[in-house]
Design a protein around this ligand. Sequence first.
Ligand code: ADP
Ligand code: MG
Length: 749
Amino acid sequence: MFPDGSPLTVAMEEEEYTAISMDVEESPPPPITPRDPPKIQRLEESVVNRIAAGEVIQRPVSAVKELVENSLDADSTSISVTVKDGGLKLIQVSDDGHGIRREDLPILCERHTTSKLSKYEDLFSLSSMGFRGEALASMTYVAHVTVTTITKGQIHGHRVSYRDGVMEHEPKACAAVKGTQIMVENLFYNMIARRKTLQNSADDYGKIVDLLSRMAIHHNNVSFSCRKHGAVKADVHSVVSSSRLDSIRSVYGVSVAKNLIKVEVSSGESSGCAFDMEGFVSNSNYVSKKTILVLFINDRLVECSALKRAIEIVYAATLPKASKPFVYMSINLPREHVDINIHPTKKEVSLLNQEIMIEIIQSEVEQKLRNTNDTRTFQEQKVEYIQSTLKSSRSDTPVSPLPSGQKTPKVPVHKMVRTDSSDPAGRLHAFLQPKPNNLPDEVSSLSAVRSSIRQRRNPKETADLSSVQQLLSGVDSCCHPGLLETVRNCTYVGMADDVFALVQYQTHLYLANVVNLSKELMYQQTLRRFAHFNAIQLSDPAPLSELILLALQEEDLDPENDEKDHLKERIAEMNTELLKEQVEMLEEYFSVFIDSDGNLSRLPVILDQYTPDMDRVPEFLLCLGNDVEWEDERACFQGVSAAIGNFYAMHPPLLPNPSGDGVRFYTKTSEKSPQENPALGGNVEMESVLDQDLLSDAENAWAQREWSIQHVLFPSMRLFLKPPASMASNGTFVKVASLEKLYKIFERC
Ligand code: ADP
Ligand code: MG
């Protein structure tokens, strides 16, 4: 039986409570003589039922949801829905399920009559959608309900109408096809206010179509249709299909289905919460202004705003187009971990360890999004997510980069690829810096993503200037497919020197010029984010003219020549004037903000989590003034983007690299105090000491750059860079070794 204190009872009490408190509020100003307490009376049962019905059936789409769930519970393989006037006039749901017994019809629409639950404990082992026995009853309190049904082996069916929970007449024999048909007419006929509100707003048909679309992709063993009354064409029409992707294609269209990546998590108990998740998420080619999250938890269609937000954050941080994702996700977890009984329409559920679950799902989506190269990538591996042993658990990829002699049946050992572009295990860092804690990389990188996303503002609508589009198509058409493949799948090993990184792609080792690569990436991203930048606010706005002058002085090979100073000042002035004329354009399209006093105060964010080297601001401004062709729109955008690209590129810091020989730069000479060496008498001896402050500045700058190369540049390149063909021959990529050749050498030794 239903337990005392169930949420339904609570909800009803709340309604009563609200009614009473409103009474008090509406009474005239406080009487001078104390008023007698109002008399408490028992509400008529029909009023109670109507109030409760209004909770369960909030609008036409909630009635459709309940009816379709009943059909699913009845093992139907085909469900069709017809709607008139947004559901207010008529909702008709027909199925081919097991039907309802003749003898059950009299109590079918009474409250708390159900075939799915008989004792409270059943709630924890329940696999049906419904269990409260309320939906049909509720509908009869706020609409006219007619049921036609036939069970197996019967020669005819029965039809009966209900009002306020009871049959209006004895069931009548009638011809019927397999299953049940339920008609709900004149919804809310007796709730004037609700009907009026619903009539005034956009009707529910769109919501109903949306609901059935969602149901159809999850229950792909059932065919669904939904049409307006009298319409020939159905607005949802799904057929039974064995593949989830096919059902998404048939309901949401090819444009969605072709841009999906499979996501999968199988999380063991050790991660803190056991659950399985499988689904599809849109890739970087998918464009939409609205997030669609189709979420099923233990086969129940639910909403989870926390998960939705978490996924949106990943997309906003990873994709430049500001596209919202399409996500279908089915999560299964032990029934005892879900409380399905917290919401009157079961729309929301409460989950045990929700935060951990969301974090794990977020990591999986982020990782797949970063790794995906195109829609062909469906052969993803299951992620066995065990928090504390993430790295060492990968028994298939030994940490040692050298061949261990162990053989796998398929891949010859000299062709075996032992690194994974998504796994830190193959990086030099894994050997150099033992992590202080066991947090998996994904988790820490996510918090960085989160903090960067907080700064995001509402982007302006895209300025679809055709010249920017042309520049972007130029980028596309110059792209080298082989290099693209390499960039997307390579593993960063470490820095070989100040400019070249070692990367591994399949069995080859390359030297990759990070300055060239980052310059090109920043240029491309500037074009892609055109007019959509977030801003970096400079703490000290800097005067343009001084900065430009500084740049001119740095460029000058003969700084002692005073005659030139005057000239430099003139050039700086002219450049400043020139830039001042362009402030609006620079601000609107590039988020480079110069205030009315001629101070530079804002710069664009080109890649999240990355700020350029501020020592290069003077050079950047000079370059804007000197190199940009301002008259021609396309050339101008290209010039500014290239200047930004060069400024943001990951150049070696201006301070020499203190590791190795560079350390000489940080030594200074100072007098040695005489008492240290009394043998020398009054002679002053000089000694070399390290300038610790400068040294630590330099160490920081270099460490910061290397972090950015590994954590920002390479992941972003994988996702966004379209390497131009010129990079194959201009020394940006140089192959230094291949495992096959090394093997030949080893064999000879
Ligand atoms: P619940 O689904 O919570 O049991 P409902 O009021 O939705 O409560 O339905 C009451 C009962 O009516 C169900 O338990 C089920 O036995 C029966 N029923 C409702 N709709 C159908 C249907 N389409 N086919 C077969 N049986 C149904
Ligand atoms: Mg039900």
